[in-house]
Design a protein around this ligand. Structure first.
Ligand SMILES: *Cc1c(COP(=O)(O)O)cnc(C)c1O
Length: 412
């Protein structure tokens, strides 16, 4: 098959890479990546089956292991996460992406393929609710303990490594969902690598357009592709990307296939098309979010605004260091706590009342009663999720329309 622009991927602009990278022309000269829902694939001969099964010849075998729609989408994401980066020898950085059924499936493959019974994970106290529950409720049953450390305190991280010689994975989420706390990927990766510990970053909130963790030498990146990469709220999905291609092709692939969290052709197709506009969507998401944050900051009904581009945000400097813009997510607290928050939610007319994030429309939710309902209240409060907190994923509508709706709901 013909790989379009294979040799100029790293010379293209990022937006061009969003559109063109990963594409393989099929024998019908289809202009977009097709949907290949076939559950199994034909062999010309018994000999060819052997060649494909042993990896001597490239080819598809069975839908759980992948298909052309999935493969092209994986190649596109790997190209974006490595965009413009070089390896230790100065060659374009290579990475391998594996698409999953969901962000949680990608995290499960990551954790179970890199951490063994008796080993530990080290992480920050502000994590996506599902990830927090996974490390609290599922990993201990298979003998994996998670050390929760304040990752902004580098000495505390160093001390944890000195105390525990069995930490196999550092798991970072920056900015974190929904608190927006950021941690310093570069400095934390340096510490972890000194102790021969691998580092993974959940890059869902930033996307490779705003932040490229591979730039700081991390080993793995994962995304809930459900969010900004898909961008339109049309499919649940996840991706795990690794720099160690050998490890990705062996152990991680084994876990992905056997745990069964595979993606499918239709969701991969939607994701592939969504990613084509990633760069321009993120620009608009971020400029709208900045306008809305400033507007809320000046609004008398609002007690506090949590947005990374506001200089009073505690992680303003870390965000500036490692992100191109401050992202599309913000949260704010209305005067009047839970009841005022409920009134605000009920008065919205344009913005959508929904959990999740990263879609074209503005999504507004109330974490304490939704995404974080399973997280212990003290853990919630420690990461700043008060009962009256409202979270916004600012969409790509006209910014004026978002502000009009928020203003009328606050004045209601
Ligand atoms: C949504 C989300 C996840 C989980 O992804 P799913 O696709 O819902 O399984 C993980 N991490 C972050 C930061 C998220 O926002």
């Amino acid at each position: 098959m013909h790989k379009k622009h294979q040799n100029i991927e790293h010379a293209m602009g990022f937006d061009s890479a969003c559109i063109h990278s990963g594409f393989e022309q099929d024998q019908y000269r289809s202009h977009v990546t097709g949907i290949y829902p076939s559950s199994t694939y034909l062999f010309d001969s018994a000999e060819q089956a052997v060649e494909i099964f042993t990896g001597k010849q490239e080819g598809y075998i069975y839908g759980r292991f992948g298909n052309p729609t999935i493969r092209q989408t994986e190649a596109k994401i790997a190209a974006l996460e490595t965009y413009g980066l070089v390896d230790e020898s100065g060659n374009p950085l290579q990475a391998k992406a594996i698409l999953h059924a969901s962000g949680m499936a990608a995290i499960s493959s990551l954790l179970l393929s890199t951490v063994k019974q008796g080993q530990k994970v080290i992480s920050h106290f502000s994590l996506y609710g599902g990830t927090q529950e996974l490390v609290d409720k599922v990993l201990p049953d298979v003998g994996i303990e998670t050390l929760i450390v304040d990752m902004k305190n580098l000495q505390a991280v160093e001390d944890a490594f000195k105390q525990h010689d069995d930490i196999a994975l550092m798991y970072l989420e920056t900015p974190a969902n929904p608190t927006l706390q950021c941690v310093d990927i570069e400095l934390l990766t340096q510490i972890a690598h000194r102790y021969h510990c691998k580092v993974a970053v959940d890059n869902t909130f930033a996307t490779p357009y705003l932040q490229q963790p591979f730039k700081y030498g991390v080993d793995f990146i994962m995304h809930s592709t459900t969010k900004f990469l898909n961008g339109h709220g049309t499919a649940i999905g996840g991706v795990l990307i690794g720099r160690d291609i050998e490890l990705m092709n062996t152990k991680v692939t084994k876990h992905h296939r056997l745990l069964g969290g595979n993606s499918n052709a239709f969701d991969a197709f939607l994701l592939n098309n969504g990613i084509k506009t990633l760069g321009i969507r993120m620009e608009r998401h971020c400029s709208n979010a900045e306008k809305v944050a400033l507007f809320l900051h000046a609004h008398p009904a609002v007690k506090h605004v949590n947005y990374l581009a506001l200089p009073d945000h505690p992680d303003y400097a870390i965000c500036k260091k490692q992100m191109k813009h401050a992202g599309a997510l913000l949260s704010f607290e209305v005067h009047g706590g839970f009841e005022a928050g409920k009134k605000f939610m009920n008065a919205l007319q344009l913005c959508s009342r929904a959990v999740s994030l990263g879609t074209c429309d503005t999504l507004i939710s109330h974490p304490a009663s939704t995404t974080h309902v399973g997280v212990k209240p003290e853990m919630r409060l420690q990461s700043g999720i008060t009962d009256g907190l409202i979270r916004m994923s600012v969409g790509i509508e006209n910014g004026e329309d978002i502000m009009y709706d928020v203003n009328q709901a606050l004045s209601n």
